[in-house]
Design a binder for this molecule. Sequence first.
Ligand code: ADP
Ligand code: MG
Length: 808
Amino acid sequence: DKKNNNKERYNLNHLERRPAIFVGIKRDSKIQKARLKLPILAEEQQIMEIINENSIIILAGETGSGKTTQVPQFLYEAGYALEKMIAVTEPRRVAAISMSKRVAQEMSMTSKEISYLIRFEGTVTDQTKIKFMTDGVLLKEVQTDFLLTKYSVVILDEAHERSVYTDILIGLLSRIVPLRNKKGIPLKLIIMSATLRVQDFTENVRLFKVTPPLINIDARQFPVTVHFNKRTNENYLQEAFIKTSKIHKENSEGGILVFVTGQQEVNMLVKKLRNAFPFRNKYKFETQNEKEINDDNRDEENINLQKRLRKKKTKIIPEINLDDYSLPGDNEDSENEELNSDEEFETEMTVVSNNSQPLWVLPLYSMLPSHKQAKVFQPPPPGSRLCIVSTNVAETSLTIPNIKYVVDTGKTKMKLYDKITGVTSYIVTWTSKASASQRTGRAGRMGPGHCYRLYSSAVFNDIFQDYDTPEIQQKPVDDLYLQMKCMNIDKVANFPFPTAPDMLQLKMSENRLTTLGAIKDNRVTPLGRAISKFPVLPRYGKMLALSHQYELLPYTICLVAALSVQEVLLENPIGQTDSEEVKNVRQKWISLRRQWAGTGNFLLLGDAMVLLKAVGAAEYANSEGKLEKFCIENGLRYKAVVEIRKLRIQLTNEIKTNMPEIDIVVDPKLNPPTDLQAKLLRQIMLSGMGDQVAKKITPDELKDGEERRKYKYAYHANNMEEPVYLHQGSVLRKNLPEYVIFQEIYETNKMYMRGVTAIEPEWLPIYVSNLCNLDRPLTEPEPFYDVNSDKIFCYVTGTFGSQNWPIS
Ligand code: ADP
Ligand code: MG
């Protein structure tokens, strides 16, 4: 312990011109005590010596050993933040925020000094010493400052997660570090990872000329008993609920950590557990039962229960701050739950608690507001048991104290990209063996623990992959490809990736970007550069880049924001039998959308118009403080609307900085566009989505009894022969325009287009010329000059897309 207070701990004078510096930190004694228990503290001196002697270091250690919270502090104390900043990247926003806060707290410093920066928000100032950020943020910074001159050290944390951006950063920094050293402004790179597959970095000869030293932190890990289920129940949520209930009722003290796949599941399970093991609303559950039994007296019953509840509440657990348990925002968590599945869940699960110990149930997922995230680190109220229901963020990014039991559904949510068509879908799949063992490890931090795997050992042995596939091998790499092009990386295919991405994908990206006009002859074009400045997919970036005409920018910003956010308009859960009630609600939403769409160019702008109107109307409701209610009544997902607003503001700000000549105000309010603007917006959309054009199959092409809503996809370098259909929620379903563009195709029983807008075929040669084969201009009629538009017009003929549709 003395060692840590000794100002001359490191005698580093002989190393790399670095003086023996010690920058003092005033730490709270409690925190200092907790720190000293961390395995990594014992190795501080060794770690710092290796860092001082080497430019690139790999540091691997069990989750919870103190890498993320301590290494930045070691560096700070050793003087690395005196002139430049220490950068720490995290693949997840939740980790960037929460770790910056924790480190600030441990160092008794402010968020101005120990800061974070994520896509939508940040606390960075000119006093910042340690900057936590998402890996995407640092990658953007490389574009404007390739040598990352603001930083003395870059820590790439959670490298084992193998996020695309971290992978790219590793490749880039493997080149940047030697460059900086050559220039005499040394930069350190520390790659931190859980103890998983470190050889991907160490044994990659393309990456590092000299194998970087590997530091392994041994963590104290208590034995964890693994219990497999005999049978694997399909309904893993129900299984998780039952198991958690059982642990709570029968097992000795200790926190429970449950792993499920996504935000919705987290919220659902949290709700069920809170109902089953009431903390404050002890009678809520009974209320629901009695409602069924005695419908007639329901109201009176309720009132009585309410009264009893109010009386009892303060009596049972007086020390609990009730408002703290259910903050006003709590409802928002559940607002996007699917109507049906929730009810189904309800009837199957009727567990009445006979354990008087309350269960303190908390959700944890990446998008959880930070004040709620912070709660998982606090001890539960006295006399209660902690239970955290989490997505895989609790696997390695965040270490929750005092967990003794882990309930592992074995499931994870994965975004699936069809490499050929680009169709995306989310699927719930089995995690890998590596993930499962990480999850198990969470139970052995404070003492011997137990991990309940809700699947059989046969499933584990036979079906689980050893490791998760790195994201770079799954994701369409358009924006990445473009960003890499902007960094003047000539041959993206030759880049030193830790794991090479799919070469077919790279080829497809190149094609798409060429179609967009962002890349020409293997070079990024000025348009491409403009596109890359926008933090959205290149196709949307192009739409924005073209919009400072006719005052379209606010609308395009709104559209792009709305299109970048998933599921703005709530649809029915797919593939479920509809109750009358659900049908009615949906009918109401659809007719409302038609109303929003209007006529003329408004209608032809289609689903995009609905989005514009929906956002405009929601903002109006928001100015009256009725946003949430408005969203519920109009079938909008509240969180999506909030996200759209954030993105709109961010995009507006970014455009203001990048293009100061454009006069644009940040105002969430949005008047509807004029008819002319609506038409121009259709063209703008086409310019960004020219590879997503579909043409209606003509009546004589249709076979008997076939649906009239059948379209053909124009551009398939991807050989997609299957017809695509207008989605039932589309406002264009009544008038079925001949040519449309769509935002995406998704597959249920058929291939459906989502986000559909009508276009005119004569626009194709203008906005998607790259996909047109144009003949020579016809001699008849002659090219002519139009006085009004000051343009010369000529007639051309040709074909469009891989289907060779004739156009003129
Ligand atoms: P690693 O990065 O090696 O996984 P961390 O540095 O994240 O480890 O965590 C070290 C310790 O700090 C863990 O025991 C963890 O529980 C604790 N810790 C991290 N954040 C907080 C917090 N906000 N409040 C309390 N303890 C925390
Ligand atoms: Mg960590």
